[in-house]
Design a protein around this ligand. Structure first.
Ligand code: ZN
Ligand code: ZN
Length: 171
């Protein structure tokens, strides 16, 4: 192998150990592999900045070189950052596409109210309003011609042929 470079100058691609290159070429190489492997690697959240989503192969290197690391280290001088399970970012599922789901129509409260066979409760109304509301609801259910059916009037007590009783009991 005609290798003019010192082995210490050679680095491996974090995405594929088959990729070996000069350290100074790594940054440019990673840009390509980042695209090639973007669907197969997991993204992880940087412990120094939650807006950094780092492909797992680059994660360790990132935690050492993150630009926000210095700010944190400035305040917590002792312990190094603990990388726990919480820093793992769940892989985004691409199979589900909610935009294609036509089975649930958009909810239109106006249409719903006028078509649904529901009885709206006249809560929180004054008695007069409540009565008007109930009338309105009955017409809504039975038609505009609906009128409250009054029970037939009881026979007048002045009817001379009806014997007067001390207590009239409803049948
Ligand atoms: Zn590579
Ligand atoms: Zn970061």
């Amino acid at each position: 192998m005609m290798d003019n470079y010192d082995e210490s100058d050679m680095v491996y691609c974090p995405y594929n150990k088959e990729h070996k290159m000069l350290r100074k070429k790594l940054q440019q190489h990673i840009l390509k592999c980042r695209v090639i492997y973007k669907d197969t690697v997991e993204l992880m959240v940087c412990p120094f900045n939650k807006s950094h989503l780092i492909p797992e192969p680059e994660f360790f290197q990132h935690t050492k070189s993150c630009e926000d690391r210095n700010i944190i280290v400035h305040y917590q001088t002792s312990a190094p950052a603990v990388l726990n399970e919480d820093t793992r970012h769940p892989k985004i599922e691409s199979e589900e596409n909610w935009d294609d789901d036509d089975s649930v129509p958009d909810y239109d409260p106006q249409v719903y109210c006028s078509t649904a066979d529901i009885v709206r409760e006249p809560n929180g109304l004054f008695p007069a309003q409540r009565k008007a509301f109930i009338e309105q609801e009955k017409r809504r259910h039975f038609g505009q011609d609906y009128k409250e059916e009054k029970p037939p009037k009881a026979k007048s007590r002045s009817d001379p042929y009806e014997p007067r009783k001390p207590f009239s009991r409803r049948q």
